[in-house]
Design a protein around this ligand. Structure first.
Ligand code: TRP
Ligand code: SF4
Length: 400
């Protein structure tokens, strides 16, 4: 089958912690095996709220990329890039701003929510209001089918779908669609173009659904086709024409069950994090000193795992047998808290050892890191430029 595309971004706000790993990166690593993935550093997004503190962004970008690679995100499998290195994001944002109703932006829930949450900061800015539009441009530029996001970002994907529909409604099919579809057909080569046309006739004249399936499979299996040509052939097959922008679907990433060292949400601002590439001694110390069930004052007091943040770590990191051992041992005061924490420490260290290893070559060689990311940026620009060619033409900007 055709590899469907996936796009997701992350703001550069500092080194990543294990909450980021379990909440997002682990999922990216899985997705890169089955889909054509684009993952990018959303540095322009960070500016929408951190416009007065740009140092953080600069300092975070490369470290964050190393954390991605440490997690197992593979630049050979996925396209990794930096948003500001692909100026097409800005161009699409600008062009779509022409047809984006202000009311739609004002109604996006994060607009009011964030303004209230970050009350100390002036967020009555043009950039902040337009942030969901920038996100839409990110997604539509790559004609992404799927966008893995957390729950808070779902309205942004919904906004993107509405905007894509509005765009396609205004600017419709691309000019010269038939000719372009026929040119794409030639690229199928060999006898495939003839097979395509036969199947198309069977589908369009007789409504033969098997022919539709076969036709789609044929297009999907033509590896050398560019994404735009693939769209054209799909659209030509069923008589839709080519949609200029694709409506994406949100892929809800299940919220990580991991909480911080103190039982609150893991967050840098609460100072309760374990980093993804934590020094082993620091990691051990953090877990050893974390609070436990307050009822266990003495070693002989029985405890209750559900009141203890260590138990939360066991739920993520331990086998069913270990969890059984914790439950029984805690409630009977059969085990001590230090003892109880050891399997968690061991599991975390085991998780992080390959991360340190994968990160090492980039930490030791910043030039390699930049080169690898540059290859990704180049690839991203190529795909983005292809979409922009269609968008410009559709909006009457392809003068000759
Ligand atoms: N808005 C996302 C966040 O703040 C980051 C992001 C920007 C993004 N562009 C995106 C995520 C496109 C998915 C797709 O976390
Ligand atoms: Fe928490 Fe384990 Fe101590 Fe029970 S024994 S209070 S689960 S650390």
């Amino acid at each position: 089958m055709e590899k469907e595309s996936v796009l997701s971004g992350m703001r550069p706000t500092g080194r990543l912690h294990i909450g980021h790993y379990h909440g997002a990166l682990k999922n990216w690593v899985r997705l890169q095996e089955e889909k054509d993935c684009f993952f990018f550093v959303a540095d322009w997004h960070a500016l929408t709220t951190a416009y007065d503190d740009v140092q953080v962004i600069q300092n975070s970008v490369w470290d964050m990329l190393i954390d991605w690679f440490a997690a197992g995100v593979d630049p050979e499998k996925a396209t990794i890039f930096i948003q500001s290195h692909v100026p097409q994001h800005a161009e699409l944002h600008l062009l779509m701003s022409m047809m984006t109703p202000l009311g739609w932006l004002e109604r996006v829930p994060t607009y009011k929510d964030q303004q209230e949450k970050l009350a100390g900061k002036d967020l009555t800015t043009y950039g902040f209001l337009g942030y969901p539009l920038l996100m839409s441009a990110d997604i539509l530029l790559y004609r992404a089918s799927y966008v893995p996001v957390g729950e808070d970002q779902i309205p942004h994907v919904e906004f993107t779908r509405e905007l894509a529909r509005r765009f396609n409604h205004f600017y419709g099919r691309e000019p010269g669609f038939e000719d372009k579809a026929k040119a794409a057909l030639k690229k199928l080569g060999g006898k495939r173009d003839k097979a395509y046309l036969d199947l198309r006739t069977r589908y369009q004249q007789d409504g033969n659904l098997e022919a539709l399936e076969e036709g789609r499979a044929l297009i999907a299996s033509s590896q050398s086709l560019a994404a735009a040509d693939r769209e054209r052939l799909l659209g030509y097959f069923d008589g839709r024409g080519k949609q200029i922008l694709r409506e994406p679907q949100a892929l809800l990433t299940e919220a990580s069950r991991l909480v911080g060292l103190d039982g609150q949400k893991m967050s840098k601002s609460y100072g309760n994090t374990i980093m993804m590439r934590e020094e082993p001694e620091v990691l051990s110390k953090k877990v050893k000193t974390m609070p436990t069930d307050p009822a266990r004052v003495r070693r002989t007091d029985a405890g209750e795992p559900s009141r203890c943040p260590v138990w939360n770590f066991h739920q993520v990191y331990s086998t069913p047998e270990t969890r059984e051992w914790v439950q029984a041992g805690c409630r009977s005061a059969g085990i001590g808290c230090i003892e109880c924490k050891q399997p968690v420490i061991d599991a975390m260290l085991a998780e992080q050892a390959p991360m340190h290893e994968r990160a090492m070559r980039y930490v030791q060689n910043p030039k390699l890191l930049r080169d690898v990311v540059e290859v990704g940026c180049e690839r991203a620009r190529k795909v983005a430029e292809e979409t922009m060619g269609d968008v410009r033409a559709a909006m009457g900007l392809a003068y000759s």
